[in-house]
Write a protein that binds this ligand. Structure first.
Ligand code: PMP
Length: 303
C-alpha cells in the first residue's frame, strides 16, 4: 500500500485529506471546472504515464475554449504530474488534473474568479465492472450534446451532466453503460468512452462530426490498427449497425478497451469477446505496460 498521499494544489503538495474547497465554489455550483483523465501503468522500468503530452495538450485546448486564465504551462503541468505520482509512491494510478473557478461568490459570470489547478493521482482499478467478460449497453434516450450548445471537444465538468443522465438511465435499466446518439441520430459515443464497431474485419468508428470527444485512446486504437494492417473507417454509424456488427468495443482512458457483448438486449456477434477486440486488448495492455515493440514514445517514465 502507498504511504501518505498528496494532492498537487496550485503548485504545492497538500495532504490528500486537506485538499478541500468551500461549498460556494463557482465550479461546484455551476459545473465550470475543466479536467483531464490520464492513467499511469506499472512497467519494468517503473511507473509510466500514458500519452501525457497529448492529454495536457487537450487540457490546454479546453482551457483555451473556456478562456480560463490558468497560469501554468504544458511543461509545468507535465512535471507536476510525474512529481506527484512519484511522491505518492504509486505504480499504477488514475491522474486527474482539474482547473476550476475557486471563488466563493454567487453569479454565473466567471470573470474575476480565482482559477485554481489541482492534480490528483489515486489508485484506480477497472472503470466498467464487467469489462473482463464484456459489458451490456443501452442506447440512451438523451442525445449527446452538440457544439452549438456546449463545446463537445472540451473536457468540462458541465458536459458530464449529459453523461451522468445516460449512465444512470442505463444502469437503472439493468445495463452496464449507455451509448449516446448525436443530435442527427447517428451513433456518437459512450458517456465517457468512444466506440468502435467491427464489420467484416473493418474497424469502424464515428467521426468528429458526430459530436464526440476526440479520445486519445481512440487515436491509439486507430494507430495500432494501421500498424497491424487492419482497415479503419471513420464515418457516420446508424444505430442499427450497433446490432448487426460482428464486434463492438468502447475505448477510453478509464474504460481502456471494454468489449461490448450486448446492446439493447441484442447479442452482438457471438455474444462473447471477439477475436479482433482481443487483438486490441492485448496490444493496448502490452503498450501501456511497456511491453510493446512499437509506440514507446507514448510512455513518460516517472523517475
Ligand atoms: N468520450 C468522453 C465523453 C469521455 O469523457 C472520454 C474520456 N476522456 C472519452 C470519450 C475517451 O477519451 P480518452 O480516450 O481520451 O480518455
Amino acid at each position: 500500500m502507498p504511504g501518505k498521499q498528496y494532492v498537487w494544489f496550485d503548485g504545492r503538495f497538500v495532504a490528500y485529506e486537506d485538499a478541500k474547497v468551500h461549498v460556494l465554489t463557482h465550479s461546484l455550483q455551476y459545473g465550470s471546472g475543466i479536467f483531464e483523465g490520464i492513467r499511469a501503468y506499472k512497467t519494468a522500468m517503473g511507473p509510466a504515464v500514458f500519452r501525457l503530452k497529448d492529454h495536457i495538450k487537450r487540457f490546454l485546448n479546453t482551457v483555451k475554449i473556456y478562456d480560463m486564465n490558468l497560469g501554468f504551462t504544458q511543461s509545468q503541468i507535465e512535471h507536476a504530474i510525474t512529481d506527484l505520482v512519484k511522491k505518492n509512491g504509486l505504480q499504477e494510478c488514475y491522474i486527474r488534473p482539474f482547473a476550476f473557478y475557486n471563488s466563493q461568490r454567487l453569479g454565473v459570470n466567471p470573470i474575476g474568479n480565482k482559477v485554481s489547478l489541482v492534480i490528483i493521482a489515486i489508485p484506480f482499478g477497472e472503470y466498467l465492472q464487467n469489462k473482463d467478460n464484456g459489458i451490456k449497453c443501452k442506447v440512451a434516450t438523451w442525445q449527446r450534446i452538440n457544439s452549438s450548445i456546449l463545446p463537445v471537444e472540451a473536457k468540462a465538468s458541465g458536459n458530464y451532466l449529459n453523461s451522468a443522465l445516460t449512465s444512470l438511465e442505463a444502469r437503472k435499466a439493468g445495463a452496464d453503460e449507455a451509448i449516446l446518439l448525436s443530435h442527427n441520430g447517428y451513433v456518437a459515443e459512450g458517456p465517457g468512452e468512444n466506440i468502435f464497431l467491427i464489420q467484416d474485419n473493418v474497424l469502424v468508428t464515428p467521426p468528429k462530426s458526430a459530436d464526440i470527444l476526440v479520445g486519445i485512446t481512440r487515436n491509439s486504437v486507430i494507430q495500432i490498427a494501421e500498424k497491424k494492417g487492419i482497415e479503419v473507417e471513420e464515418r457516420n454509424v446508424h444505430r442499427e449497425e450497433l446490432y448487426t456488427s460482428d464486434e463492438v468495443f468502447f475505448t477510453g482512458t478509464a474504460a481502456e478497451i471494454s468489449p461490448i457483448i450486448e446492446i439493447d438486449l441484442r447479442k452482438i456477434g457471438s455474444g462473447k469477446i471477439g477475436p479482433i477486440t482481443k487483438i486490441f486488448l492485448d496490444a493496448y495492455s502490452d503498450i501501456t505496460h511497456g511491453r510493446g515493440d512499437d509506440f514507446g514514445d507514448w510512455l513518460t517514465y516517472v523517475k
